[in-house]
Every structure is written in structure tokens, then in C-alpha cells.
Design a protein around this ligand. Structure first.
Ligand SMILES: Nc1ncnc2c1ncn2[C@@H]1O[C@H](COP(=O)(O)OP(=O)(O)OP(=O)(O)O)[C@@H](O)[C@H]1O
Ligand SMILES: [Mg+2]
Length: 482
């Protein structure tokens, strides 16, 4: 490391001594203090090339000081160390523009290499915009609205626990993102994060998917296959769309949660379950319980810590930050660099956003692709809104054609299996899934008239009858079903 002056602030004298010696050995000059106000004075006086600071000091909190430091010396990198290593300290540090966050106890070598990287980057002239909003796009969750602060507070309390979490919220509000953040910053971060989407797996395969099966457990089970519970060992199991779990699987899951062990389908030997469970749903589980679709006892087992993600409408203050982060992401994906005018941002704030953050993200990508100017202005947004009225389910907008929807579905399905292959019979299963809405909606359109439906579909009447029977479709004559 070549030169550079480190402003070191920590009220713990022994930490100051250790860091001072190591940094001096690495070739830095060091000014050390145990006081936030002294640190601020040095910064104001233009001293130092990098700041290494503790969070809590007797006369102040370094994170409160950071916005002022950023305003005064935007180019000065600040590395924050903290013993309160919850995701919140990390998130707060990143939000106020810390260059890096180092949880205590730290690895000395690690700190030194952070300092040397910071010094290098300080020598490179930064783009002014980057200095004002550093690294926002790399936050796990973007948004500082009051509604999101409530979410962060619950997350922070959960960080070092294995408590079961139930995340609810409309489609596209970030449920999966929160689940991943809880895992990545929690104590199981070195274990796997395994996601299972109950809505994406055929109902009859869910139990085998979750718990695995033995060879010969059912037709097609040609070998033993491990389930998600086994694959997530030591890590987190994310049960997405848990409201779609069939009753038998619910019963089995409840037993696992009560007993802490499970058996594979067709197996007898109990296997210890070593997973942290995070569940998510966009449905109202209490409603499903009333309708007899979801087990109440399972609900209470899972709903240990509820997190409700607010719809985007309840956090419009976050829209500018989210939009700018998505602009950066688009840029990182190879699209041209764009910014957005404040009038355009105001228009985004007034939108209904049925598809929530995902809809905003998709829109921003379209805007980047559509606008030929460097600055996306209100007229571009206006044109885009006019061509696409907001629709419930716009969260599906990414998949515009049937082919694209099926492709997206299959990609997710294969990804769910990682390196393993899904159970045999895929062709029939997928065609059945497409057949069902095709036949149901056609029959609805012909008001249950099977002859006309067969004509419309261009298939034989008897073929249609057989399919109606096989797929167990209820045909109501004379009534429009939609
Ligand atoms: N707070 C946020 N900051 C940044 N990106 C976000 C945020 N919330 C959501 N997103 C982005 O929006 C998209 C949707 O998020 P996610 O998949 O987590 O939503 P979800 O609630 O699981 O939706 P669904 O119910 O449709 O599965 C993702 O691309 C995610 O990265
Ligand atoms: Mg999701």
C-alpha cells in the first residue's frame, strides 16, 4: 500500500492501537481519535484520504455524521466498523454512503486490504453522481420509506435467529428478495438457500419434491431422489406460495415442524430436519383457513414472525431511489446509461402500480430501451403509460406471448431442480396445464356449448368430451363463466 493518511476513529483504545500499528506497518500515516467531533473537525479541515470509523462513540454516532461528510468531501471514502453487526447497521451504513462496512470482530488483513482499495479508488476521480448516491443499487433492498423501515426493523431483530418467518404481500413487492436477504445476512449464510414454489409444481409431486422419495415409491420413481428439505440442510428453505400447498403436503409439513424430522415418500427412516423455514404468500391465509383450504395449526406454526410487505403505493417516496437503482441495473446489463427527469419521476409516483416493484422495474427497462435521449422525460413516460394501461397482473408483463410465458415457466421449473432433472412425464404435465385454461375459457366463451367449443378449437367433439372428463372440467351450460 502506498502512503495515504487514514483518519481512524474508535473509542476503544486497544482497537485503535492494533489498527494504528497495522496501518503504519502497511505504509499509511494514521491520525487516531476516540471522538466523533474530532473526526468531523479533521474532515472539515480537509485532512485524511480515507476514514475508518466505529459507529457508536461517546459523543456521537458516525452514521449520523456520514451524510455531512459526504456533502463536505464527497470523494472521501468512509469505512464503517461496527460490533452491532445486524443487517440494519450494514444497510444504514450503505444508505448513508459508507464505502465499506466491516463487522466486528474484524480480520485485520481484511481491514487493511479494504483501506488500500479505498485509497486506490480515492485517487481515481469519481463521477459526481456516484459520489452522491454511492452503491445504492447494490443494497439488498432499496427504499427508505417509513413503510420499509418497519420491515427492516423486523428483519434486524430476526438476523441472528432461526425463527420461522412468514412473508406476505402482493405480487412483485419483494417477498423473495426479503427471504434471500434474511438468509444472506443471517447465521445460516454459509449454507444453501433453497426455494420451492408450491404454485409451480404439480400438486401430486409436491411431497416428493419437498421430502424426496425412495426408489419404487411410485410409478416412475426409478431411483432414490433427495427432496428440498435434504438439499437445504444447514441453510434456509424458502416455501414460496405456501397458500397453494395441497392438504396432504400441509399435514406432512406440520408433522415435520412439530417433530423436527421427516421421512421420504416411501421411506421409513426419519431424517433430522436442519433447515430454517421462510414462507411467503400473496394470498390471505386467514381467508384460506376460513374456506378450509389451509390448516390453521400449520398457519400458527409458520406465522411465528410475520412480515408484511407494503404495496408500492404505500411507499411512493421510494420510487425515485428504486427507479435510479433500476436505471443503474439496466446499465450494468449492457443498456445505455440514462437518467430521469424530476417531472417523469413525479408521473411515476402517481401511477397505481398493481404489479408493484416488479412492474416498476420492467417499466424502467422499457423506458431505457425506448427513449433515445440521455434523460428520460415526462413525454416518454406519458407515451408508455398511454400504450399500456395498468392492469391487474401486469407483473406478468415480462412474459408477453404464450410461448414466452411457457418458456419462463419452464426455465423456473428447471432451475428449481438445479442439477437434477424433474420427474418423468413432463410433456404430458405441461400440455395438461395448457389444456386446462384453453378448454375452460373456450367453453366459457361458447357458454358451455360443447359442439361450438369443439368447432372453435378445431377438434373432434368426442375428443373434447374425453378431455373434459379427464381434466375434470365443470361445464355449466348457458352461463358465461367469466
Ligand atoms: N425493495 C426492493 N429493492 C429493489 N428491488 C426490489 C425491491 N423489491 C422488489 N424488487 C425487485 O422486484 C422484483 C420482484 O421481487 P420479488 O420476486 O422478490 O417479489 P415477490 O413478492 O416474490 O413477487 P411474486 O409474488 O410475484 O413472486 C425483483 O426483480 C426484485 O429484485
Ligand atoms: Mg416471489
Amino acid at each position: 500500500m502506498t502512503g495515504g493518511t487514514v483518519l481512524l476513529a474508535d473509542d476503544d483504545r486497544s482497537i485503535r492501537t492494533v489498527l494504528n500499528q497495522a496501518l503504519t506497518r502497511a505504509g499509511c500515516r494514521v491520525r487516531a481519535t476516540g471522538s466523533a467531533s474530532t473526526l468531523w473537525r479533521w474532515v472539515e479541515d480537509g485532512e485524511g484520504d480515507v476514514v475508518l470509523t466505529d459507529v457508536m462513540m461517546p459523543d456521537g454516532d458516525a452514521l449520523d455524521l456520514l451524510p455531512a461528510i459526504k456533502r463536505k468531501r464527497p470523494e472521501l471514502p468512509v469505512i464503517v466498523m461496527s460490533a452491532q453487526n445486524t443487517v440494519m447497521t450494514a444497510i444504514r451504513a450503505a444508505e448513508v454512503g459508507a464505502y465499506e462496512y466491516v463487522p466486528k470482530p474484524f480480520d485485520l488483513k481484511e481491514v487493511i486490504s479494504q483501506i488500500s482499495r479505498a485509497l486506490e479508488s480515492a485517487n481515481r476521480p469519481a463521477k459526481p453522481e456516484d459520489a452522491i448516491e454511492p452503491r445504492e443499487e447494490s443494497l439488498p433492498l432499496i427504499g427508505r420509506s417509513a413503510a420499509m423501515q418497519d420491515v427492516y426493523r423486523v428483519m434486524a431483530r430476526l438476523m441472528n435467529t432461526d425463527l420461522t418467518v412468514m412473508i406476505s404481500g402482493a405480487s412483485g413487492t419483494g417477498k423473495e428478495l426479503v427471504a434471500r436477504a434474511l438468509h444472506s445476512y443471517g447465521r445460516r449464510k454459509n449454507g444453501p438457500f433453497v426455494a420451492v414454489n408450491m404454485a409451480a409444481i404439480p400438486r401430486e409431486l409436491i411431497e416428493s419434491e419437498l421430502f424426496g422419495h425412495e426408489k419404487g415409491a411410485f410409478t416412475g420413481a426409478t431411483e432414490r431422489v433427495s427432496g428440498k428439505f435434504e438439499q437445504a440442510k444447514g441453510g434456509t428453505l424458502f416455501l414460496d406460495e405456501i397458500g397453494d400447498m395441497p392438504p396432504d403436503a400441509q399435514t406432512r409439513l406440520l408433522r415435520v415442524l412439530q417433530e423436527g424430522e421427516f421421512t421420504t415418500v416411501g421411506g421409513r427412516r426419519p431424517i433430522g430436519a436442519d433447515v430454517r423455514i421462510i414462507a411467503a404468500t400473496h394470498q390471505n391465509l386467514r381467508q384460506l383457513i376460513r374456506e378450509g383450504q389451509f390448516r390453521e395449526d400449520l398457519f400458527y406454526r409458520i406465522n411465528v414472525v410475520p412480515i408484511r410487505l407494503p404495496p408500492l403505493k404505500e411507499r411512493i417516496d421510494d420510487i425515485p431511489d428504486l427507479t435510479r437503482a433500476f436505471l443503474r441495473r439496466a446499465e450494468a446489463e449492457g443498456l445505455p446509461r440514462k437518467s430521469i427527469s424530476s417531472e417523469a419521476l413525479d408521473m411515476l409516483k402517481e401511477r397505481e402500480w398493481e404489479g408493484n416493484v416488479r412492474e416498476l422495474e420492467n417499466l424502467v427497462k422499457r423506458l431505457v430501451a425506448l427513449s433515445s435521449e440521455d434523460v428520460i422525460d415526462a413525454s416518454v413516460v406519458q407515451r408508455e403509460f398511454a400504450s399500456r394501461p395498468t392492469l391487474p397482473g401486469d407483473s406478468m408483463a415480462a412474459a408477453e406471448t404464450l410461448g414466452a410465458a411457457v418458456e419462463a415457466h419452464l426455465k423456473r421449473y428447471f432451475a428449481l431442480h438445479d442439477d437434477a432433472l424433474p420427474p418423468a412425464g413432463l410433456y404430458d404435465r405441461i400440455l395438461k396445464e395448457i389444456e386446462l385454461p384453453l378448454l375452460t375459457l373456450t367453453l366459457a366463451a361458447t357458454r358451455g356449448n360443447q359442439l361450438r367449443a369443439a368447432d372453435l378449437l378445431g377438434i373432434n367433439r368426442n375428443t373434447l368430451r374425453k378431455k373434459i372428463r379427464d381434466l375434470d372440467i365443470q361445464v355449466t351450460r348457458g352461463k358465461k363463466l367469466m
